[in-house]
Write a protein that binds this ligand. Sequence first.
Ligand code: Q46
Ligand code: ZN
Ligand code: ZN
Length: 315
Amino acid sequence: MNCSVCGAPAQVEVRRRNQAFCAEHYRAWFVNETRRNIKRHRMIRPGDRILVAVSGGKDSLVLWDTLARLGHAATGFHIQLGIGDYSQRALEATRAFAAARGLELIVVDVRQSFGLTIPQLAQATGRAACSGCGLSKRYLMNRVAEEEGFNVVATGHNLDDEAATLLGNVSHWQLDALVRQGPMLEGREGLARRIKPLYTFTEREVAAYAFLAGIAYQHEECPHAEGAKSLLYKDVLGRLETRMPGTKQVFLEQYLKKVQPVLKEGLAEGEVELRRCERCGQVTTGAVCAHCKLWDRAYARAKKRRLLPEDRGFD
Ligand code: Q46
Ligand code: ZN
Ligand code: ZN
């Protein structure tokens, strides 16, 4: 198979698009598609300050690389979750990437900020690590964006992630989540705009870009990812994709185009009123935000089990 642009032997085949590219034209196609995604959804506007969430994995580093190539100066934001060697290696990959390109990076440590690592939080609350982890990551991203003056938070979600989330939301008819899911969620007072510029690329396509662009990313999966429901949804969609290439793309894009607008209209009676959390000052719907509630429960139980470090002084 030959490159659809120059006719040289192809290195990457994009089956869902019936195209193939040599290394150079694949990278160019990838960056150009990202630019189109950004433009189509008005993800980035003049004067924006962008914070890019960077885990050290391929998706987030590819996103950071692509934004830089498109001339969007984005500051990286990495959260130290405290998941043993896995977290340590994730930080190393992120730091090395930023240092090699002279990019600005903010690192926040969950244990230093709140007193417990993510595994300790899970142990204290008795809930799966991923539920507390996801909540804390979303909370910190928004809080740091507000404190540091960023109005946009970019994440590296790809087509596989988004299609799996959609399948999960549809399976349980999670209407609130279905209405909010999308490549761009407008910001509001105290809430940064959320954008996902890579949402049209499959995981394989992102990995191919990382390889051809020479990006050294962390390959190992988080030890808590095993058994996550999202992997099951990805597996189901992967099987459909093998038999019918393009299924994931059609599933997500047609949902966003044909179904979500109808859903939004049906649920349009008044936006949920937002206010500031009495405890931490972050935007929430209730008096105290879900993050503060979760950590309160964790502190109470962690104190009993002596998981809290001496210097925290919680009472
Ligand atoms: S980092 Fe955190 Fe993920 Fe690990 S504990 Fe779960 S949510 S799997 S993306
Ligand atoms: Zn070519
Ligand atoms: Zn709060």
